[in-house]
Design a protein around this ligand. Structure first.
Ligand code: AMP
Length: 283
C-alpha cells in the first residue's frame, strides 16, 4: 500500500491512473479509523478501481484547540486496517498541515445557502468553513470520480453536495448510511475516549432517537422535543446540547410538520467533555 505525503506526487499519480481509464474513489477521513470508515472504503472499492483514503486532522474545523490536540492520531494502525480490505487498490494520502495549507492556516468563508447555520454550524462556530476549505482542497488534489461521506455527519454531507454544486466540481458525492455498534451507538473516533461508564450510557442516544421517531408519527414536534429533553434530564452521564427536528432539504428547524416533507432528527450530546452526534430519518 502506497502512502503519499505530498500533494504534487499524489495528484500526478492519480492523473496517470485516470489516463489508464481507472475509476477513482475518494474517502476523506481524519484517521483513527473504525468500522464506520471501513464501510465507506468497502463501498468505494466496489464502485471504483482505486480508492484514495486521506488521513488528515484538519485544524481549521475545530472550534476548541483542546479538542484538536486530543484528537486521536493512529496512522500506522489505520494503514493496517486498510490493508485488511485491499493491499493493492487503496492508496493513502496523509499530508502535513503545511502540504494542505502552506503557511496560511485559515479557512475560506463560505455561503452554503443557509445549510451551515443550524446545528453543528451554530454550536461549533466556523466548523463548516473549515470543513469546506479542506474538502475543497482535497477534492482539487485528488480529483476523484466519486467521493464518499457518511450520513453520520448528515449536515456535512449536504454541505459537501452544495460545495460541489456551487464550484461545479466534476464528481459524484455519495452518502453512506450510519454504521452502528450492536448497542446502537454510532461509531466515531471519539468513542475511543469514552470511559467504560460513559460507553455504557452512550447507547441511550440512539435509543432516544428511535423512540422520538416512533412518537413523531402521531405527536407534535414540540411534544417530541420536550420528551427528548426530559429523557436526557434523567441521564447522569450524558448532557444534551441540542435535539432538533429539521427539514431534510433546508436543514432548518421546524415547529410544525407537513405530510409532504421529509424530516430528520439531529442530536448532540456530551459525555463528560466528549461530544457525540447522531441523527435519524423520521419519515
Ligand atoms: P471523520 O474521520 O470522523 O471525519 O469521518 C470521515 C468520514 O467517515 C465522514 O464522511 C464521516 O461521516 C464518516 N463516518 C464516520 N463515522 C461514521 C459512521 N459511524 N457511519 C458512517 N460513516 C461514518
Amino acid at each position: 500500500m502506497i502512502v503519499f505525503n505530498f500533494k504534487e506526487i499524489i495528484s500526478k499519480t492519480i492523473e496517470d491512473l485516470k489516463t489508464q481509464n481507472k475509476r477513482v474513489g475518494f474517502v476523506p477521513t481524519m484517521g483513527a479509523l473504525h468500522s464506520g470508515h471501513l464501510a465507506l472504503v468497502s463501498k468505494s472499492l466496489k464502485e471504483n478501481d482505486i480508492v484514495v483514503v486521506s488521513v488528515f486532522v484538519n485544524p481549521t474545523q475545530f472550534d476548541k484547540n483542546e479538542d484538536l490536540k486530543k484528537y486521536p492520531r493512529t496512522l500506522n494502525r489505520d494503514i493496517k486496517l486498510l490493508k485488511t480490505l485491499s493491499k493493492s487498490n487503496i492508496v493513502v494520502y496523509a499530508p502535513s498541515v503545511k502540504d494542505i495549507y502552506g503557511e496560511n492556516i485559515e479557512a475560506i468563508n463560505f455561503d452554503f445557502d443557509g445549510l451551515e447555520n443550524g446545528m453543528e454550524g451554530k454550536f461549533r462556530k466556523g466548523h463548516f468553513d473549515g470543513v469546506g476549505t479542506v474538502v475543497k482542497r482535497l477534492l482539487e488534489i485528488v480529483q476523484p470520480h466519486n467521493a464518499y461521506f457518511g450520513e453520520k455527519d448528515f449536515q456535512q454531507l449536504q454541505i459537501i453536495k452544495k460545495l460541489v454544486e456551487k464550484y461545479k466540481l466534476p464528481l459524484n458525492v455519495i452518502g453512506c448510511e450510519i454504521y452502528r455498534e450492536e448497542s446502537g451507538l454510532a461509531l466515531s473516533s471519539r468513542n475511543e475516549r469514552l470511559s467504560l461508564e460513559q460507553k455504557k450510557a452512550a447507547p441511550a442516544i440512539y435509543k432516544t432517537l428511535k423512540k422520538a421517531k416512533e412518537k413523531f408519527a402521531n405527536q407534535s414536534v414540540n411534544k417530541v422535543t420536550k420528551w427528548v429533553v426530559a429523557a436526557f434530564a434523567n441521564q447522569k452521564l450524558l448532557q444534551l446540547e441540542y435535539f432538533i427536528i429539521a427539514d431534510v432539504k433546508t436543514l432548518k428547524e421546524i415547529n410544525r410538520k407537513s405530510s409532504k416533507k421529509a424530516y430528520r432528527a439531529f442530536i448532540a450530546v456530551y459525555a463528560g467533555e466528549i461530544r457525540l452526534i447522531d441523527n435519524i430519518a423520521l419519515n
